[in-house]
Design a protein around this ligand. Structure first.
Ligand code: NAD
Ligand code: UD1
Length: 335
């Protein structure tokens, strides 16, 4: 089975490519490298011991996609390509709607032209907005507080409509919680541009000396220690969820919506403590005001993923921190 991985050079995509190849899938990577480096693919090639087909192109460009589908008989698409910076999406909403929403619509049109109707899409727990309670199940009400989140909600709706219009489609909407960690080799990992927005890369960059101090955004939430609680999931577990989704897709036609999380929540300060234990490094921090748009607590009920995909997270918080640190320590300046 040949799988097109859009955004396959990025953080989650590169880890998924490793697992797909190890599981015996033929993989074609498609990426415009707006937020990734070809070096990530070179390193994936070292991990798996084989050359990977990479096509540079943009999901919004039909010609680029035709080139891929003419050259390869693609059976399914795992669609990671997208922009993901929440703050930037508030400042430049149209860029996000063009890239994430229009890009996905063009991709689906070209897939249909070539009779490829299987897609696994990277959605996010952000589509639950501020959940009324936790753990979060897939049937919770949906909402968004920023253009990035809305672009994920819109794409979910578009893919549901695509299926309603033609029941031959197979659609898996995977809602990720908070991916962290890196491949155990320490050779691929998360390499954010500029100052990291997310907690784990900020922690690792502080530990490696690139940042002076971590700002903890708020210590007055109704949580175990007042700091925000999230469901951190090892990126390799997340990648494995995609392989399981692809295995499953062979035997059904419908839309499946699945949380990929661990079901456990950790506070910011618990994460700092776990990271210090795993790395032996001190992470200086200061309490700062709450970040606009943040919620107190977010963690998954992952039981549907277990039932439907026979998938569950296997890596705990210590391994997440150890692997994040190994990547950062070996690659202080990223790729
Ligand atoms: P990433 O930025 O590392 O990877 C995205 C990849 O897509 C990059 O390699 C980028 O160059 C490529 N890309 C972007 N726009 C493109 C386009 N128009 N055409 C072709 N390639 C394009 O991000 P990631 O963390 O690996 O996230 C992958 C997907 O998962 C994204 O859709 C993201 O929104 C979603 N997601 C991520 C998180 C997270 O915390 N990392 C959480 C939930 C959902
Ligand atoms: C954020 C995005 C979310 C996106 C997800 C993955 C916001 C409001 N939400 O989620 O839409 O899907 O990233 O990209 O941006 N924290 C600090 N100091 C920091 C960074 C974070 O204290 O320097 C705290 C946050 O307040 C939060 C927790 O750490 O409590 C996790 O933050 P983060 O990694 O940014 O993820 P989310 O906010 O869950």
């Amino acid at each position: 089975m040949k799988v097109l991985v859009t955004g396959g050079a990025g953080y989650i995509g590169s880890h998924t490519v490793v697992l797909l190849i190890e599981a015996g899938y033929d993989v074609v990577v498609f990426d415009n490298f707006c937020n990734a480096s070809i070096e990530s693919i070179r390193r994936v090639e070292k991990i798996v011991g084989e050359e990977i087909t990479v096509i540079e192109g943009d999901i919004r460009n039909r010609e680029d996609l035709h080139q891929v589908f003419n050259a390869h008989k693609i059976d399914a698409v795992i669609h990671f390509a997208g922009l993901k910076a929440v703050g930037e999406s508030v400042e430049e909403p149209l860029k996000y709607y063009d890239n994430n929403v229009n890009g996905t619509a063009v991709l689906c049109e070209v897939m249909a032209e070539y009779n490829c109707k299987s897609i696994v899409f990277s959605s996010s727990a952000t589509v639950y907005g501020d959940p009324h309670t936790t753990p979060i199940t897939e049937d919770f009400p949906l909402s968004a507080t920023n253009p990035y989140g809305r672009s994920k909600l819109f794409v979910e709706e578009i893919l549901r409509d695509v299926y309603l219009a033609n029941n031959e489609w197979k659609v898996v909407l995977l809602r990720y919680f908070n991916p962290v960690g890196a491949h155990k080799s320490g050779t691929i990992g998360e390499d954010p541009n500029g100052i990291p927005n997310n907690l784990m890369p900020f922690i690792t960059q502080t530990a490696v000396g690139k940042r002076d101090v971590l700002s903890v955004f708020g210590d007055d939430y109704d949580t175990v220690d007042g700091t925000g609680v999230r469901d951190y999931i090892h990126v390799v577990d997340l990648a494995d969820g995609h392989v399981k989704a692809l295995d499953k897709i062979k035997n059904f036609t419908k839309v499946m919506t699945i949380n990929l999380g661990t079901g456990k929540g950790y506070s910011v300060l618990e994460m700092v403590k776990a990271f210090e234990k795993a790395s032996g490094k001190k992470v200086p921090y200061q309490i700062a005001p709450r970040r606009a748009g943040d919620i107190a607590t977010c963690f998954a009920d992952p039981s549907y993923a277990k039932k439907i995909l026979d998938w569950e997270a296997t890596k705990g918080i210590d391994e997440m921190c150890e692997d994040s640190w190994k990547w950062q320590r070996r690659n202080p300046d990223g790729f």
